[in-house]
Design a protein around this ligand. Structure first.
Ligand code: DGL
Length: 280
């Protein structure tokens, strides 16, 4: 019996951000088992060079393939910007990133054709968003802004009400130039940012549509599994396993605040393991 359809889906990010994608996938594909890797020892990726991000991504993909995944989602914009093409060349397992989905969504929403993109230094430096958007519609104006302090602040857990002042100040600084350009659509080009979506919304105002790619990525995942006839037939409870590359305590305690849905299984001591990713 061919049971490859019951293999897990692999998802990875530099840390917690990919959990925003994980959550949407569990909602849309509730029977699928998932292996999640958060490279917590080496987060952030967004300040690192292309060759380093490629090396890290390849190690994680090799690990996921050893774990027998049937598909891989690069739930990190930085790794998608720098490493997706490279990874697709090397491995035969279907691999998708998070950038195309966000772009697709933004192009559907914008009316004045002025789109803002925020992301890590690496993602913005790669120019991947303007490049891919221009390929689809030359008339769009794109305004990019790197927000390098967002990821460390979020990984520190400082996105709660008691740290509002700090994150507000930082967000104001990054976002006010974008406001001047009168964009009507803002792509959250980093999977960590949906967690501070309301702060960004408050600053940008209600006339700016805020796009995160998580939901669209989940839809694309479903589409690809259907196309390749890889949708699970298992009716047993799906298995979720989380792997981190540094001590799991902080990941477990912060993950609760990333996954907001009520029925989603959270990382706990029992389903979260520490791995040495350098071995792969
Ligand atoms: N979630 C990653 C991204 O989407 C975070 C990047 C980082 O680790 O700096 O880019």
């Amino acid at each position: 019996v061919d049971n490859h359809i019951n293999k897990p889906i692999g998802i990875f990010d530099s840390g917690l951000g990919g959990l925003t994608v994980f959550e949407e996938i569990t909602k849309l594909l509730p029977n699928e088992s998932i292996i999640y890797v958060g490279d917590t020892a080496r987060v952030p990726y967004g300040t690192k060079s292309k060759s380093v991000v490629i090396k890290f991504s390849l190690q994680i993909i090799r690990f996921l393939i050893k774990k027998n995944v049937k598909m891989i989602i690069v739930a990190c914009n930085t790794a998608s910007s720098y490493a997706l093409d490279e990874c697709k060349k090397i491995f035969s397992v279907p691999i998708i990133g998070v950038i195309d989905s966000g772009i697709k969504c933004a192009l559907l929403k914008t009316k004045n054709k002025k789109i803002g993109v925020i992301g890590t230094e690496a993602t913005i430096k790669s120019q991947i968003y303007p490049k891919l958007i221009k390929q689809k519609d030359k008339s769009i104006k794109i305004y990019s802004q790197a927000c390098p302090l967002f990821v460390p602040i979020i990984e520190e857990g400082w996105f709660d009400i008691s740290h509002r002042k700090i994150i507000n100040l930082v967000a104001e600084e990054y976002l006010s130039p974008l406001k001047k350009f009168r964009i009507d659509t803002l792509i959250l080009g980093c999977t960590h940012y949906p967690i501070i979506r309301d702060i960004i919304y408050d600053i940008m105002g209600k006339n700016v549509e805020i796009i995160s790619s998580a939901k669209t990525v989940a839809k694309e995942t479903k589409y690809i599994l259907e196309q390749k006839k890889l949708i699970t037939t298992s009716i047993a409870n799906p298995r979720y396993t989380f792997y981190v590359t540094d001590d799991s305590n902080k990941f477990i305690s912060l993950a609760k605040r990333f996954i907001i849905g009520k029925n989603v299984i959270l990382p706990t001591k029992n389903n979260t393991k520490v791995i040495d990713i350098e071995k792969y």
